[in-house]
Design a protein around this ligand. Structure first.
Ligand code: ASP
Length: 414
């Protein structure tokens, strides 16, 4: 038992993935019989959706309010967070659309995906749409796991807390502490990952065969391509064109944060390292670094936003769901909200898939389908998220004169 926990989780997950595929290919369709173990894992994740969004989003909105206190710094950081998040989602949607057109994501017929209940997509008429996001009863909304009205309700509570000022502080404390508690609960559930991955991979490989594994490999490849484009093109452009700083020195300065984020798959766990890198190696002032980087660790998740767009199109392809332009826009909004609502912990992106899928009618079974390979993708998403926090902090610091440029250039001796 002790030795089991001594092995890093990601290594256990990779081992489970390989063993699961092998077992699935050996068992064939009989692998259906062990899917329940994977369902147990997915059900445990779903259990977290409502409390995680509720606590994390209320605390997140209240933290955004704090940005105003920082004036120029806060405003600029927020604009960069939102704009880069939107670019990231649309990149994910573009990659997903391309993959579907090129046949890299197989269609329902090609893969022989079984029929599963499709969640009712939101009505497309504007009036119905507006009505559907108003939570008639917050309790009902939570019981139904209706994510969209839950988000609206959570944001309103966050805004209410800000408006209540000092009197709102006890309630804010509850939400901040609740969001920490939920992160711990998530960590417990994540310990089930190797077991879940093992069963789910066996099920996918056994019932759908090599074609399904090929489709999943493309999803993983495109997840990496998307993340690398965000880091290599978007962040580089941000540093070069807006911050007007040397790109190579920026990346050299955050190399430790890149290594830690990739191996832990957690923006939160990497936070101390990201802070140290931005302050010491990039010369960002203390106040800007601590503010922008800590807030970014929770709400700025471009890797996650990109992935949510990409994964939605993957699910739509393999379950034969046609998406309209209006739904693309809905995905772009929800993926951004999902990235804000996602905690900086392993598997958070997977949890947020339920949010986007439910709203556009992609079967939640997709989650079971991709969960087996999620960890490998999560590692890259997290590196993207963390690099983005450092890029925004550095850019904002440069724009507001809160950076010691000599420090950045001398980063080699760190
Ligand atoms: N693990 C990611 C992070 O901590 C979130 C995600 O799952 O996408 O940033």
């Amino acid at each position: 038992m002790k030795t089991w926990f001594a092995i890093p989780l990601w290594q256990r997950v990779v081992g489970a993935l390989i063993l699961g595929i092998a077992l699935g290919l050996y068992m064939g369709p009989d692998a259906e019989g062990i899917k329940w173990i994977g369902d147990f894992f997915i059900k445990s994740i779903k259990m977290l959706v409502v409390p995680l969004i509720f606590f994390s989003l209320v605390a997140g909105v209240a933290a955004i309010g704090d940005l105003r206190k920082l004036g120029a710094v806060g405003g600029r950081a927020l604009i960069l967070f939102v704009v880069s998040g939107q670019i990231a989602v649309w990149l994910g949607l573009a990659l997903g659309t391309g993959a579907t057109r090129l046949g890299l994501f197989p269609s329902k017929e090609e893969l022989g995906t079984p029929d599963v209940p499709t969640p009712q997509p939101n009505e497309t008429t504007a009036v119905d749409m507006i009505l559907s996001i108003v939570p008639e009863s917050p309790v009902q909304v939570m019981a139904d796991v209706a994510v969209l009205p839950l988000i609206v309700f959570s944001m309103l509570i966050g805004i209410g807390i800000l408006m209540a000022k000092e009197e709102g502080e006890p309630v804010l404390k509850i939400f901040e502490s609740g969001s920490v508690v939920m992160q711990k609960v998530t960590m417990i559930v994540m310990e089930l990952t190797p077991l879940g991955v093992f069963a789910l991979m066996a099920w996918v490989a056994g019932t759908l065969g090599i074609d399904a594994l090929k489709a999943l490999s493309w999803l993983v490849v495109l997840n990496y391509v998307g993340c690398l484009l965000i880091i290599g093109v978007m962040y580089s452009a941000m540093i070069k064109l807006i911050a007007k700083l040397p790109v190579i020195d920026f990346f050299r300065g955050i190399i430790d944060a890149i290594a830690v984020s990739y191996s832990t798959a957690s923006s939160n766990a990497t936070l101390p390292v990201t802070l140290r890198c931005t302050r010491r190696n990039l010369g960002v002032s203390n106040s800007v670094a601590s503010f922008v980087v800590s807030l970014g660790a929770t709400i700025n998740m471009n890797g996650t936003a990109m992935y949510l767009g990409l994964a939605t199109l993957f699910g739509a392809s393999i379950y034969g769901v046609d998406l309209s332009w209006a739904q693309y826009f809905l995905i772009s909004i929800l993926a951004t909200l999902g990235a804000i609502g996602a905690a900086g912990i392993p598997g958070a992106g997977l949890i947020m898939m339920a949010l986007v899928f439910g709203a556009v009618g992609v079967p939640l079974e997709t989650i079971a389908f991709v969960a087996g390979v999620d960890r490998i993708m999560d590692m890259m998403r997290t590196t993207t998220n963390v690099s983005g926090d450092a890029a925004v902090a550095t850019t904002v610091a440069s724009l507001t004169g809160e950076i010691d440029k000599a420090e950045m250039v001398s980063a080699d001796d760190v």
